[in-house]
Design a protein around this ligand. Sequence first.
Ligand SMILES: Nc1ncnc2c1ncn2[C@@H]1O[C@H](COP(=O)(O)OP(=O)(O)OP(=O)(O)O)[C@@H](O)[C@H]1O
Length: 256
Amino acid sequence: MTEPILKASKLVKIYGESTGEGSTKAIDGVDLSINKGEFIAIMGPSGSGKTTLLQCLSGIDKPTSGEIEIKGRVISSMSGDELALFRRKSLGFVFQEFNLLDSLTVRENIMVPMVLEKKTATDMEKKVNELAHLFGINTILSKYPFKISGGQQQRTAVSRALVNDPGIIFADEPTGNLDSKSSSVIMECFEKIVEELHTTVLVVTHDVFAASYCRKVVFIKDGRIDSYIVRKGDRKEFLDQIMDNLAVLGGRSHDL
Ligand SMILES: Nc1ncnc2c1ncn2[C@@H]1O[C@H](COP(=O)(O)OP(=O)(O)OP(=O)(O)O)[C@@H](O)[C@H]1O
């Protein structure tokens, strides 16, 4: 039996005074259940609420109402400090801008979350080597982020997101700053994470090519879940299916 690692119910996010003029209902009653080991993309037109949904689900932002449970803990009712600690220990994040520290080497960047968890030097070294080997960055561990490619920086960020064995990774436009070759490499890294480490991966993306690596795509429109599709055949077939669904969803392709 597969069990949910994340459950969201009746999620609403309103920016601004909820009754006031100029308020925006970015998320409008979302129910979502994600099982352990799922590899999911969230897609939808620009402004449909993708980033807001990811930020609420991952505890970066507070929903206006509704409940979010991750690994059996209700995060929507946690205090700020409790939530910050939970995020650090139990969740992994990957962003479009990589967010690496330029003054630290690749090895040190990957180690940061483990230092905060006060892991031993031996444990840290072992984990860095394991992940760097898995993602093909073992030869650049002593380099600084500004001396490596965007794709290598993102693989460093993916390794950093995994060091505390988070169980779930949230990625917001992880291929947004990458060329198509590096995008494939990153999406293949996520495939490895799901298949070999059994980590759950949730990706928000405009990129149909990146989404086609996922096993499921959830489409949102106007802050609501519109539909979802599950990959059954090969990636090319799934890519065509995603394009068809986006066309039905509306919005010109460059808005997606
Ligand atoms: N901090 C904020 N304050 C006020 N309104 C916001 C804020 N962030 C987002 N919004 C609004 O909420 C809605 C959803 O925005 P969101 O960024 O989640 O959409 P998105 O689907 O991720 O868009 P994009 O694909 O363009 O990044 C939009 O109408 C946006 O203008």
